[in-house]
Design a protein around this ligand. Structure first.
Ligand code: NAD
Length: 386
């Protein structure tokens, strides 16, 4: 019997639904915030989202400064630049507006601006000694679920690796999830961020440390992704599909604090750190091959994934039903236009041994994998996914 005790946490407040972001100015006023720093990237500015949110906050009499220097899969150094902008602006709170990259930088900058030091000081689990400035998270992608996680992921360009900061002090005080902020996400980004959500849910659900309470979030995230991702990619203005994917991403994020991910994420780190493959895309090309490896560890759960993705499993053996889960994930990935293999992402085949050595060292995640995994297994999976 799985009797693991979980310590489930989330932001104090989760405001979700079409138009939810219009509540931000009021939420800031009620908290007594006089000036905020919006942390975002150029893509969000160009999409008109940062200017609109800025105007709305200012109209409510709250001062605003903007830091738009976040980049996709951001380097650690960006935290220092963002914390300096925070201090220079005399801000009292941070608004993380963007995908996981902007929200992660906002989370860590709120800590560094309050506690001093550098982002590197806080890498690892439980290294942040106390709360940072207030942080409000507004996701503009349906992917990472960072708005509800205690995690920030930063790229170390020198070491060609991605590094995680995990701390209860990284939870935003409020997550405001508004599908309207997501309609401008381009199809390719919608596809790989949505597949990232699916990866979170599958890796939490099949995790060695899976917990029944978290399974409920994971299965629902898988269902929502199966129902809505194709529509969100093919018709970005379909608000119902965007709302479904927004729920999926937040549900997927809720799986990360108590259970987290496993081999797919560990193996994706070298793809991002060395070859700059966006996080969600790296996960997506690896997911089916890792599922094939992990399937024998829990046929029943893989069969349940097939069902959650809408596959008909009645009359099938558990093994055949489990195999159907892998097929369903591959079909979804093809339908949303994901390149089918690492070979299409500019990764030379002879980089695989070094990537395997790097990935196996991400013990924080590899230890969660449902099937014990060796460096040889990792190499074979990279080959299968090539
Ligand atoms: P992202 O934040 O890097 O954004 C990707 C691109 O999409 C950017 O160019 C951005 O400008 C654009 N974009 C985002 N929203 C848009 C919109 N509404 N309209 C137009 N363009 C838009 O992508 P992401 O996948 O959300 O975040 C990835 C990062 O999150 C990675 O660094 C990853 O490691 C990290 N991550 C964090 C957690 C966590 O719990 N903190 C979990 C998983 C992943």
């Amino acid at each position: 019997m799985n009797n693991r005790i979980i310590d489930f946490r989330m932001p104090q407040s989760l405001v979700m639904g079409v138009g939810a972001s219009r509540q931000l100015p009021d939420i800031l006023r009620k908290r007594g915030v006089k000036k905020v720093l919006i942390v975002t990237d150029q893509g969000i500015v160009k999409a008109g989202l940062a200017p609109a949110i800025r105007e709305a906050i200012e109209a409510a009499g709250v001062g605003v400064a903007v830091f738009d220097g976040v980049e996709p899969d951001p380097r650690i150094e960006i935290v220092a630049a963002c914390a300096s902008a925070f201090r220079a602006a005399g801000a009292e709170a941070v608004v993380g507006l963007g995908g996981g990259s902007s929200i992660d930088i906002a989370k860590v900058a709120a800590v560094v601006a309050a506690l001093g030091g550098r982002a590197d000081d806080y890498i690892g689990i439980g290294k942040v000694p106390g709360p940072g400035f207030l942080h409000f998270a507004l996701p503009t992608t349906a992917g990472t679920g960072s708005e509800v996680t205690p995690i920030a992921v930063l790229s170390d360009a020198g070491e060609h690796l991605k590094k995680g900061i995990v701390s209860e002090y990284l939870y935003p005080c409020a997550a405001i999830v508004d599908p309207e902020l997501m309609v401008s996400v381009p199809p390719a980004v919608t596809a790989y961020t949505g597949m990232d959500t699916l990866t979170h849910a599958i890796e939490a659900y099949t995790n060695r440390f899976a917990a029944p309470f978290i399974d409920a979030f994971a299965l629902e995230a898988i269902r929502e992704t199966g129902r809505h991702l194709r529509r969100a990619v093919t018709c970005g203005i379909d608000l119902e599909a965007r709302a479904g994917m927004a729920r999926a991403a937040t549900l997927g994020g809720l799986c990360l604090g108590s259970v987290n991910t496993a081999a797919v994420h560990a193996m994706a780190y070298p793809l991002g750190g060395t070859f700059n493959v966006p996080h969600g895309l790296a996960n997506t090309v690896l997911l089916p091959a890792v599922m094939e490896f992990n399937m024998p560890a829990n046929l029943g759960k893989f069969a349940a994934i097939a069902e959650a993705l809408g596959e008909e499993t009645r009359g099938l053996s558990r093994r055949d039903a489990a195999l159907l889960a892998i097929e369903a994930v591959k079909e979804l990935s093809v339908d949303v236009g994901i390149p089918q293999g690492m070979r299409y992402l500019g990764i030379p085949r002879d980089a695989i041994p070094a990537m395997a050595e790097g990935a196996i060292q991400v013990t924080r995640l590899m230890g969660n994998n449902p099937r014990t995994i060796t460096v040889k297994d990792v190499q074979k999976i990279y080959e299968d996914a090539y």
